[in-house]
Write a protein that binds this ligand. Structure first.
Ligand code: SAH
Length: 215
């Protein structure tokens, strides 16, 4: 992976990590992971020079690579340790997936757009993340047969908390999902028992919509 990285990129990443700390990200494991992932390799070529700005950018197919602050905020809310089994819904560019992989989790990620899924499959194995398990599918259904997960992260805006995903959490696990139409409320739902859940909100964010089906 580091073959395509440089001291200049590493320096820009250190500045990005400092910026995220100033904005309130405290989890050391998350900050270290952001400091390691070469975000410039996940960008559309027109935007590569902005790779270490704390902003979202288009990645083609009408989608975006999430803002580093949002990636860090969601990763922090998952409260996972190395070895935890995590499901991401919305692989997109693969950047958030790489950050989670650097945190040491066993990662499963689903994308509904076949063009993005294919692009990401090649990229992630080429740049040193061959262990991330990628799936083409509708994230509303989760990944039946691979549950339970210690945590599930949705990186697209859902109109309500997807019920199927709650049922694929182990007891004690958490689902982090942005909920809302134009603006989303970052929502964390913890599974307290087989049929009890506790929900908490963590402020407003903006995501592309979570859509049904595969295209
Ligand atoms: N995590 C990504 C963010 C990508 S934007 C990154 O780091 O770049 C959100 C992604 O969710 C888009 O690629 C979109 O196609 C995908 N998506 C939307 N609805 C989905 C669904 N039901 N199942 C799987 N992926 C979905």
């Amino acid at each position: 992976m580091k073959r395509l990285d440089s001291f200049r990129h590493q320096g820009l990443r250190r500045r990005l990590v400092d910026e995220l700390m100033e904005k309130g990200i405290t989890d050391k494991i998350v900050l270290e992971a952001i400091g390691k992932v070469p975000r410039h390799l996940f960008m559309d070529s027109s935007f590569v020079k902005f790779a270490y700005r704390d902003a979202a950018f288009p990645i083609g197919s009408g989608q975006t690579i999430s803002q580093p602050y949002t990636v860090a905020f969601q990763s922090q809310l998952l409260k996972v340790n190395a070895g935890c089994k995590v499901l991401e819904v919305g692989t997109g560019s693969g950047y958030q997936a790489a950050v989670l992989a650097e945190m040491g989790v066993e990662l499963y990620s689903i994308e509904r757009q076949s063009s993005l899924y294919k692009k990401c499959k090649t990229l992630l194995s080429d740049i040193g993340y061959p262990k991330i398990r990628l799936f083409l599918g509708d994230g509303y259904a989760g990944l039946p047969g691979f549950e339970p997960f210690d945590a599930i992260l949705v990186t697209a805006g859902a109109l309500s908390v997807p019920r199927q995903l709650l049922l694929q959490l182990r007891v004690g696990g958490a689902l982090v999902v942005p909920v809302g139409r134009n603006v989303q409320e970052m929502t964390r739902v913890v599974r307290l028992s087989d049929d009890e859940f506790e929900q908490q909100c963590f402020g407003s964010f903006q995501f592309v919509p979570m859509l049904p089906g595969i295209v």
